[in-house]
Design a protein around this ligand. Structure first.
Ligand SMILES: CC(C)(COP(=O)(O)OP(=O)(O)OC[C@H]1O[C@@H](n2cnc3c(N)ncnc32)[C@H](O)[C@@H]1O)[C@@H](O)C(=O)NCCC(=O)NCCS
Ligand SMILES: Nc1ncnc2c1ncn2[C@@H]1O[C@H](COP(=O)(O)OP(=O)(O)OP(=O)(O)O)[C@@H](O)[C@H]1O
Length: 194
């Protein structure tokens, strides 16, 4: 089984690219989505976040994500603590997920922090989705209704594109000028050929 990691900065379009792969029947692990589920369901994460970040983070068994985000994206020490609590749990969950899908020829891991969290160790190939910074900011404002400085704070807590690209086997340019469908379809042929 070949495991493909798809990464890129916030708003680059990696979830859109991942969904195109998924439309071709390739199982998709969306790390953001799975982290959200784990944040609510894992007693270990709840205990550690409550202990190390704050005791009012959960409302009715659900993590208050807005509150956590407002704390961590302006405090790099707390961000590092949160990542160190959630990412190992996410890595274990992804490994078990892959095992259940071992009969598939390929799986996709969509992860914003593929490199930062060390998840690139768990994949065979890395695809990086790139887009200009301004366009990424506009997309996220439009998608989430967030304000510019919130998006920039998240951006600043991620590895810059020029660092991320060093880990990439393939690059997709999602700048609204190059056809996304064509690039993904060419890449799919390329990846399955090897
Ligand atoms: C902080 C939380 C509660 C905020 O939730 P929220 O619904 O606002 O954001 P969501 O999960 O949809 O993430 C949207 C985007 O924000 C960026 N982002 C999220 N978490 C992080 C982080 N820890 N560091 C840098 N960027 C991040 C990513 O680009 C992500 O795609 C949530 O993001 C979270 O639990 N983050 C830790 C899990 C994680 O690391 N996710 C990325 C897995 S690779
Ligand atoms: N080529 C495109 N054409 C039109 N809209 C796009 C394109 N690429 C992405 N978008 C839109 O931009 C927004 C951001 O894309 P997406 O959610 O895939 O980014 P992401 O890299 O997964 O972001 P995050 O790190 O926040 O999860 C979404 O609303 C998406 O529909």
């Amino acid at each position: 089984m070949i495991r493909i990691g798809i990464t890129g900065g916030i708003g680059s379009g990696k979830s859109v690219v991942s969904e195109i792969f998924h439309l071709h029947g390739i199982p998709l692990y969306n790390a953001d989505l799975e982290a959200k589920k784990l944040n609510d369901s894992s007693p270990y994460i709840r205990e550690q976040l409550t202990l190390q970040i704050g005791k009012d983070l959960y409302i009715d068994d659900k993590l208050d994500r807005k509150k956590l985000a407002s704390i961590i994206f302006h405090d790099s020490r707390k961000l590092a603590i949160v990542n160190s609590i959630i990412h190992p749990e996410l890595a274990r969950h992804f490994t078990a997920w892959c095992l259940q899908r071992r009969h598939y020829p390929m799986v996709i891991l969509d992860a914003a922090l593929l490199i930062e969290a060390g998840f690139h160790q768990f994949v065979d190939k890395v695809i990086m989705v790139q887009a200009p910074k301004e366009l990424r900011i506009e997309r996220v404002i439009q998608r989430d209704g967030s304000v510019r400085n919130e998006v920039e704070a998240r951006m600043d807590s991620q590895l810059p594109e020029e660092e991320k690209i060093k880990y990439a086997d393939y690059v997709i340019c999602n700048d609204n000028r190059h056809s996304l469908i064509r690039q993904v379809s060419d890449l799919m042929k390329e990846v399955t050929k090897n």
